[in-house]
Design a protein around this ligand. Structure first.
Ligand SMILES: Cc1cc2nc3c(=O)[nH]c(=O)nc-3n(C[C@H](O)[C@H](O)[C@H](O)COP(=O)(O)OP(=O)(O)OC[C@H]3O[C@@H](n4cnc5c(N)ncnc54)[C@H](O)[C@@H]3O)c2cc1C
Length: 421
């Protein structure tokens, strides 16, 4: 990874300056270069960290879940609110999951589909993705300067941008692409610098919040069950006594609460004090459960629940202990009160949200540069010509499964292409 070229001449006017060497920044740069080694445009990426792509390296636990399989049309609904779909379409259609795979495979990085439609590099190494991006940037004559945190950017009278870094350097560029990421996992360099650019250029910043985050649960008493997961649970979200949303997904018990894709993807809607109800036996009625107990009078209740509903034995024992019921109680011994408690456990087990994970734990950031101020066909600011935004700095956050990287790549490609049109 030694292709960080020192900028020789700070006084030259660049065609495109990109702030942030993450997935969005890399693709923006390559796209501005026309994905071509014939590129003669002056393109520079400034990265504040000593090395680039730090978040990319930890993506998918170092395996890099690049994108998702399937039709790109099915991606549109994977970014939360319905209103965002319109904004996302041009970028995703312009550079799809297939386009990404083609780019990687053509350049010697084959990909594989693993569980649930997630696509990874065949080597399952994020580092290989980063190294490929660096090699392509070098081939396309994109310069990368690390250890240069951009601290200010302004438009000068001649229409170009003056960009200043913490080390005191100044760069002049015709077009500026801001791809500084969000605020989660700040040790990777993504520290919410989008706010600075929003202020400097008069853009609205939708307040930043952690998303794809685990939750801690009030009075949680399942620390001993940490690591147990439940596939495809029905999860409902309750606020002020009303059910406000429902989803299905895998849930993982942690030392302090809940995680797993079903919780992470849902977490953008959570607030402190909300109740999450998990249904291990969705739709089970009191009559059905009563009949089940009556048909198995001599079975031990713990054993019946474990086998009939496929719930981990350790968790069943922990729940029974909490409601003061012995695992070995025979079904005929279950009173009406006990039956009601068990039915609640099976159909709507409640967990009160104490907190939604902080930026240190959240995989992505919700909020960012307001989409209404960005031209969705080009990623250009509607306020400042020549200024573009790409990636997580925008008010876009996707589900787990490769949707965030795909948006970073797609929005980067669109911004880069339009910055040199
Ligand atoms: C643990 C973890 C695992 C993840 N796994 C996946 C996954 O498997 N699949 C998936 O789709 N998504 C995953 N994500 C999310 C995904 O990594 C991000 O959505 C994606 O990296 C966003 O790309 P970006 O280029 O917009 O921002 P970033 O990757 O955050 O890059 C922004 C870059 O800008 C630099 N920068 C910031 N401010 C400045 C400044 N002032 N001057 C210069 N440089 C600056 C930063 O140092 C950083 O290098 C994961 C996230 C985390 C935290």
């Amino acid at each position: 990874m030694e292709n960080f070229v020192n900028v020789r001449n700070e006084r030259e006017t660049l065609d495109v300056l990109i702030v942030g060497a993450g997935p969005a920044g890399f693709l923006a740069a390559m796209s501005a270069a026309g994905f071509s080694s014939e590129n003669s445009r002056k393109i520079l990426i400034l990265e504040k960290m000593p090395t680039p792509g730090r978040k990319l390296l930890i993506a998918g636990s170092g395996r890099c879940n690049l994108t998702h399989a399937g039709n790109i049309q099915d991606f549109f609904s994977r970014y939360g609110q319905k209103e965002k779909e319109r904004f996302l379409k041009p970028a995703l259609l312009n550079f799809t999951n297939l386009d990404l795979l083609q780019l990687l495979q053509k350049n010697g990085l084959p990909c594989v589909q693993l569980n649930d439609g997630k696509l990874f590099p065949k080597s399952e190494r994020s580092r290989d993705v980063l190294e490929l991006f660096l090699r392509l940037c070098a081939e396309f004559h994109v310069r990368i300067q690390c250890g240069e945190a951009v601290v200010s950017a302004e438009k000068s009278d001649d229409g170009s941008f003056l960009v200043r870094t913490e080390t005191g350097k100044t760069f002049r560029t015709r077009n500026l692409i801001v791809s500084v990421g969000g605020k989660s996992f700040p040790a990777t360099g993504s520290t919410g610098d989008g706010e600075r650019f929003a202020k400097q250029f008069g853009h609205t910043l939708v307040p930043l919040r952690p998303a794809l985050a685990p939750v801690t649960v009030s009075g949680y008493s399942f620390a001993s069950c940490a690591g147990i997961s439940f596939p495809d649970l029905s999860i409902s979200l309750w606020r002020d006594g009303r059910k406000i949303a429902q989803r299905t997904g895998d849930v993982l018990l942690t030392h302090r609460g809940l995680s797993g894709p079903g919780i992470l993807d849902f977490s953008r809607e959570f607030q402190r004090g909300d109740i999450l109800r998990l249904a291990f036996a969705p739709g089970l009625t009191d009559a059905q459960f009563t009949e089940m107990l009556q048909q198995n009078p001599q079975r031990e209740i713990g054993n019946l629940i474990r086998t009939a509903f496929g719930i981990s034995g350790r968790f069943v024992s922990a729940v029974l202990e909490q409601i003061g019921m012995s695992d070995s109680l025979k079904c005929w011994q279950i009173s009406k009160k006990m039956r009601k408690m068990l039915l609640t456990f099976l159909t709507e087990f409640p967990f009160e949200i104490q907190s939604v994970g902080s930026f240190r734990e959240a995989m992505v950031t919700a909020g960012g540069i307001a989409l209404s101020e960005i031209d969705r066909q080009t990623m250009e600011s509607r306020k400042v010509p020549g200024l573009f935004f790409a990636g997580e700095v925008l008010d876009v956050d996707g589900d787990t499964g490769g949707f965030n990287l795909q948006f970073a790549f797609s929005s980067g490609v669109l911004a880069g292409k339009n910055a040199v049109r």
